[in-house]
Ligand binder design. Structure first.
Ligand SMILES: [Zn+2]
Length: 277
């Protein structure tokens, strides 16, 4: 790749089709080439799922899987900072009937619409969101569902993590200046012993990873860190960019290739250089 051909695919929002296309490509690569990432840990399906239909669908409905689904289905789990008093939409004995009958997507809180937009973009038709898939007014259901949590997170196709959101109704997406996530570019012409190093290199600070993920508001919540460990794939929606973790690779929008997680997390590593010519 020459300096001139390096054209990062960034734009002004993490919600744009251009940005979400990166996420789709990370998912596709993982599905097509990562053997370890394609093994569900069990055949357990969540008790209830949101059926969001095709991208053209204008309705969503709550599906009781034992009664309505006879096969393994792909589903996405939404990971976010939970605050009971701010919960805009909850399953209860009084909301069960309208949820099962179906409701317009347009009337959902923005954050739910965001989760549906991502799922549709990735070609997944089912979502699991704790507040809507487990009864919030039933201690018995809560107890049962809390025991199922690890199976839900470890069998999900992907987890979408609202890494920058402080409360449940906050949007998953952020506006940004694309310049803020561009790696630095340096022309290098030096020698190390007998080896000449010449060319253009990207300078990538480990802080881009630390800032977006390790120090994000979501990771400050213990349960969300557990969700991340259980998951096969996690798509993090950060303050400035999208990041990806699966069992085989770690990516974000400013990295041009797979990046070893251990190096990203290393406090003493200020820059990694990636040759682009
Ligand atoms: Zn993978």
């Amino acid at each position: 790749m020459s300096q001139r051909s390096y054209r990062p695919n960034h734009d002004w929002s993490t919600s744009s089709s251009k940005t979400l296309q990166s996420a789709k490509e990370w998912c596709k690569t993982c599905e097509a080439t990562h053997e370890a990432c394609n093994k569900r840990k069990s055949d357990e399906t969540p008790t209830r799922l949101l059926d969001i239909g095709s991208p053209e669908s204008t309705q969503w409905r709550l599906c009781f899987t034992a009664e309505e689904i006879n096969e393994l289905v792909k589903f996405i789990v939404r990971s976010y900072r939970w605050r009971p008093q701010s919960q805009a939409l909850m399953l209860s004995t009084s909301t069960q009937r309208p949820f099962r009958n179906g409701l317009p997507i347009s009337e959902l809180p923005q954050t739910f619409k965001d989760a549906i937009k991502v799922a549709h973009f990735l070609g997944v038709l089912n979502l699991w969101i704790d507040a809507v898939c487990s009864f919030q007014d039933s201690p018995q259901d809560w107890e049962y569902e809390s025991k199922m949590m690890s199976a839900v997170y470890s069998n999900a196709y992907c987890i979408t993590a609202a890494a920058a959101s402080t409360e449940p109704n906050d949007s998953l997406f952020r506006k940004r200046n694309p310049e803020d996530i561009l790696p630095g570019l340096a022309e290098v012409n030096t020698k190390q012993g007998d080896i000449s190093i010449r060319g253009f290199f990207l300078l990538i600070t480990h802080k881009s990873w630390q800032r977006e993920l390790q120090a994000s508001v979501l990771q400050s919540r213990g349960w969300c860190s557990q969700e991340r460990i259980l998951a096969l794939r996690v798509l993090h929606f950060g303050e400035r960019q999208l990041s990806w973790e699966c069992g085989t690779s770690v990516r974000n929008e400013c990295l041009v290739d797979n990046f070893p997680a251990v190096q990203l997390a290393h406090e003493k590593l200020h820059f990694r250089i990636a040759a682009i010519s």
